[in-house]
Design a protein around this ligand. Structure first.
Ligand SMILES: Cc1cc2nc3c(=O)[nH]c(=O)nc-3n(C[C@H](O)[C@H](O)[C@H](O)COP(=O)(O)OP(=O)(O)OC[C@H]3O[C@@H](n4cnc5c(N)ncnc54)[C@H](O)[C@@H]3O)c2cc1C
Length: 598
């Protein structure tokens, strides 16, 4: 068996997956977890099972003293300070560990959102942008769970359009305080948090402030009555001549947008991890129920259409894990060179994460849609019991829905995915334009006589290579037609994002399966190979539909026919028997009683 290097250290550019071919030893996968990763996974899993789940009903009834107590207990186990530097009392672990905790803690979404609000958007603005004094003052207590953090960007009239906020900050006479006026809306943890990163405009300069709950003029509105994640607190904030010391300006006046957008990148990759964790739990519920529920004289787990749903969920989890850990593995490789003791360390860390902004948005969109599909199918598997509160399917279904709305809606993230890549292409940071030009020459020259790929999953690798070409081809055709005005063609931007998202998902899945084949041999890897084959079959159908939509919008007549012929050539793949593959996958996970990768 070929040896596989465990932890990739090569620095890889964000978005380059569309242009470059990767080998299994260049990607991090869950199979590369080291002892510390397994330990942190077990700690988080035990905490979720022993402390969170038994308390879920109380949290659903908004017992915020209990939520605080649990966050404190999580801190005592090192589950909240993973992203805080050691110099400020944090555990300062790698991003893989950070995602493992997000993934495992999400067994109950209500608490996972409180945890994410505190450790992510509630704490990281200070980690990345705080002054030395601010870090010393706040980070040790945030890490230890004595102070709970929250992040207040949205307002009733501006969520996606957050820079258009109405909250205002004015320097008070004497120059020692800013006076903040306005409101903030839908703020996670607001009901029990102590410290808020609040965005307001100084004149027209969008700025972030650290606002302690106790300052004069600051108050919290009533809890929202939400569709889901009822075990998390969501309230408006009222800023009524709220007096904030000047030393609590976070970052620079007028640079609030840099904070707002950077923090969301972290929120997005962690949300992707949480969605994978949520799907794993839902699948376990579905399997447990399907095995014991009888209809027509047998267990419903024996019906093909139920097996199909169970298999689909398992494929989603395997692929989601591959996407999340490949992405954070790239971040960790990029972060490994940074001198953590240097004064520039926070800026360097933040920039290294920002490099993967497109992958973060992909994880957010793909993960939230995968989970939504999974929880919907779990309701279906539970039948009538899926629709009543006493069974777990109902709450998971409601809890999942918000993931497509916060951390940037999926529409906004789709615009980011395509827009970010095109911007990088235009600025020359990513050699997308030469790649499109080469591809156009190649496809117009007709079918290639290149030697077919060989080895494990050779057909699947060819499909992924062609999916990348389709992404470039459609992006090239759309750019040619609309030039700079492409961003105004939202449906085209969205369809291009769908092609890009599916391409990343498929490649991550195939690379992970290949790595497992290399590690364990082909006969022991038939499950990951089946995951990859089903993932590709589903993915290519979606890519083809999105590519057709783009081409039909940008071309007509002979040009349309030529482009459709190219699409047929690049999108060609031999169908696999996904019915047999899904039965095999369902059989294996049903036998295990839960999701397994091998
Ligand atoms: C439970 C919960 C917790 C939250 N926690 C926080 C928090 O802790 N801190 C915080 O600051 N915010 C928080 N939010 C707010 C959340 O981030 C916003 O709701 C979200 O960004 C969407 O903004 P909006 O609600 O104003 O919708 P809008 O921006 O009005 O969007 C409405 C619809 O229009 C679409 N749309 C908007 N602009 C565009 C565009 N340019 N192109 C295409 N479509 C567009 C959107 O995708 C959406 O479908 C939370 C929300 C919820 C529900």
């Amino acid at each position: 068996m070929a040896s596989v290097s465990a932890v990739p250290t090569k620095k890889i550019s964000g978005g380059s997956f569309l242009l470059e071919d990767r080998q299994p030893n260049e990607v991090f996968t869950p199979e590369d977890f080291n002892e510390q990763h397994h330990l942190i996974a077990q700690t988080a899993e035990d905490f979720a099972n022993n402390e969170i789940l038994p308390n879920a009903a109380k949290l659903e009834h908004k017992d915020w003293a209990l939520a605080r107590e649990l966050l404190k207990k999580a801190s005592d186990l090192g589950l909240t300070s993973v992203d805080i530097p050691e110099a400020y009392g944090g555990a300062e672990m790698d991003k893989v560990s950070s995602c493992i905790i997000a993934d495992r803690i999400s067994k109950y979404a209500g608490f996972a959102v409180s945890w994410g609000g505190h450790t992510g958007i509630g704490t990281l603005p200070i980690v990345f942008f705080g002054t030395e004094e601010q870090k010393k003052k706040y980070l040790p207590r945030l890490g230890s769970g004595e102070t709970i953090g929250a992040y207040a960007l949205s307002e009733s009239s501006s969520g996606s359009d957050a820079l258009n906020c109405r909250a205002r900050a004015e320097l008070a006479p004497g120059g020692k305080h800013y006076i903040l006026n306005g409101e903030k809306m839908w703020i996670t943890n607001a009901g029990f948090a102590d410290l808020f990163t609040v965005f307001a405009k100084v004149g027209d300069k969008f700025t972030a402030f650290l606002v302690e709950k106790s300052v004069p003029g600051f108050s919290i509105g009533a809890e929202e009555h939400k569709m889901g994640i009822r075990g998390s607190s969501t309230c408006p904030l009222i800023l009524n001549d709220c007096k904030v010391p000047v030393e609590n300006v976070l970052g620079e006046i007028g640079k609030g947008h840099v904070i707002a957008f950077n923090i969301l990148n972290v929120g997005r990759f962690k949300l992707g991890a949480m969605c994978v964790g949520g799907a794993r739990v839902s699948l376990q519920h579905a399997i447990g129920y399907a095995k014991q529920r009888k209809a027509f004289g047998k267990s419903i787990a024996d019906f093909g259409m139920i097996q199909e749903k169970i298999a689909e969920m398992a494929v989603g989890i395997f692929t989601g894990e591959a996407m999340v850990y490949r992405t954070v593995g790239m971040m960790d490789a990029a972060l490994s060179d940074i001198d953590k003791a240097s004064t520039d360390a926070s800026r360097e860390i933040r920039k290294s994460i920002e490099e993967y902004a497109v992958e973060c948005s992909i994880l957010k969109v793909w993960g939230s849609e995968m989970l939504d599909h999974a929880v919907d199918e779990v309701v279906q598997i539970f039948g009538g019991y899926g629709f009543v509160e006493e069974y777990p399917a109902e709450r998971a279904y409601r809890d999942s829905r918000v993931n497509r709305i916060f951390e940037g809606t999926n529409e906004i993230n789709r615009m980011i995915i395509t827009g970010w890549l095109l911007k990088r292409a235009m600025s020359g940071q990513l050699p997308l334009l030469p790649a499109i030009k080469r591809l156009m020459d190649e496809v117009l020259a007709g079918p290639s006589s290149a030697d077919p790929l060989e080895g494990a999953l050779a057909a699947e690798r060819t499909i992924v290579a062609n999916a990348k070409k389709l992404a470039l081809f459609t992006a090239g055709a759309a750019s040619q037609k609309y030039m700079q005005a492409l961003a105004d063609q939202q449906e085209v931007m969205g369809a291009l994002a769908d092609i890009i998202i599916q391409t990343y998902a498929m490649e991550c899945c195939v690379l992970r399966a290949r790595k497992m084949v290399e590690q364990n041999g082909e006969s022991a890897s038939s499950l990951p190979v089946a995951f990859a084959q089903v993932c590709l079959s589903d993915g290519m159908q979606k890519i083809e539909a999105a590519a057709r939509k783009v081409i039909a919008a940008v071309a007509e007549g002979d040009m349309l026919r030529t482009q459709l012929a190219i699409l047929r050539r690049l999108g060609k793949y031999d169908p696999v028997d996904t019915i047999a593959l899904r039965r095999k996958i369902a059989g294996r996970v049903q036998e295990a009683g839960k999701y397994v990768a091998i």
